[in-house]
Write a protein that binds this ligand. Structure first.
Ligand SMILES: O=P(O)(O)OC[C@H]1O[C@H](O)[C@H](O)[C@@H](O)[C@@H]1O
Length: 298
């Protein structure tokens, strides 16, 4: 069966091999596992909670309608990263047989009210449709956000993707030199000068207005591990908490796990997107398998 519902999980299996699967929990519509030919691609914490008490730590949490904490009017009272990851989404069913594709929905009808009430006056009418398509070598996650209200409202969106790596100190991210960087560790804004991003300490950066023509790649020991394409998502957050910050994150286990992950998060976060009544906004993240070819050979 390409689509199975197991408790709060929706499991999609590739039509060509049972070893290629994606698992999505209704809480946050969080993809928490993606395997290609049996090989896991995403990092999820051993202590991730699936009981709805807090967002699932790892996989692909969805960030909406605010990224981080914001002092912008109407956003000040929202918790970090908003309410999409704190809400139980509705499974809307399968929309395509090949590639197997499923959809999830969020609106004021099923949102986590306690959190949602803190967005503006707690009365913004909206609809989010989240679409996940599993191909043999790629996972496509897409979103359509619609303003179903009589008034305009604003939002951020982000796919907070946790990639699995073998060792963060052997990991590099390309294609960001020359981009404007808001460095949230040193609290400075600068133009990225490094030809490639490497990791030997905490990294928490927002690269803004990065042309979507730029393919981002996670490279480990000269091999491409992950390719990240973006549609309509100009900003890219790069995050690794490193050894000290993880001690404060209760659901981050094992603590050494920071060595096995890197977040590269395509989003629309540097500005708030304004959506007028009746308007829709769409965006996608396309994650493509690494090719295991030495870069020198390309
Ligand atoms: O711990 P969370 O609320 O899930 O946030 C995890 C991280 O998300 C983003 O990557 C931010 O840039 C980081 O500042 C934040 O620490």
């Amino acid at each position: 069966m390409p689509i199975e519902i197991k408790g709060n999980d929706v499991v999609i299996t590739s039509s060509s091999t049972t070893q290629t699967q994606v698992r999505i929990n209704l809480f946050g519509a969080t993809v928490y596992s993606w395997t290609i030919a049996g090989k896991e691609q995403l990092w999820t914490s051993d202590a991730a909670l699936f009981d709805g008490s807090k967002p699932i730590r790892g996989g692909i949490p969805l960030v909406f309608p605010v990224f981080g904490k914001s002092s912008a009017p109407g956003f000040e009272k929202l918790p970090q990263h908003g309410f999409a990851r704190n809400s139980t989404w509705e499974f809307l069913g399968q929309t395509h047989a090949n590639p197997p594709t499923v959809q999830f929905g969020l609106s004021p009808d099923n949102v986590n009210r306690k959190v949602y009430n803190n967005w503006d006056n707690g009365d913004n009418e909206f609809s989010v449709i989240y679409t996940i398509a599993l191909e043999d070598e790629q996972l496509v996650t897409s979103v359509e956000i619609q303003n179903t209200d009589q008034k305009e409202w604003k939002f951020n969106w982000l796919f907070h993707t946790y990639f699995l790596v073998d060792d963060i100190e052997d990991t590099l991210i390309n294609n960001l030199p020359g981009e404007k960087c808001n460095d949230r560790v040193v609290h400075e804004i600068y133009t990225e000068k490094h030809p490639i991003i490497s990791f030997d300490q905490e990294v928490d950066r927002v690269y803004s207005d990065v042309s979507t023509d730029k393919l981002l790649q996670i490279i480990e020991l000269g091999k491409v591990k992950h390719n990240i394409k973006r549609v309509n998502l100009p900003d890219v957050v790069v995050w690794n908490p490193w050894s000290e910050i993880v001690k404060e994150v209760a659901d981050f286990e094992p603590k050494e796990g920071y060595r096995r992950m890197v977040c590269v998060e395509p989003g629309y976060v540097e500005q708030l997107k304004i959506l007028k009544p009746g308007q829709s906004w769409t965006a996608s993240q396309i994650l493509h398998k690494g090719d295991d070819i030495n870069l020198q050979a390309i």
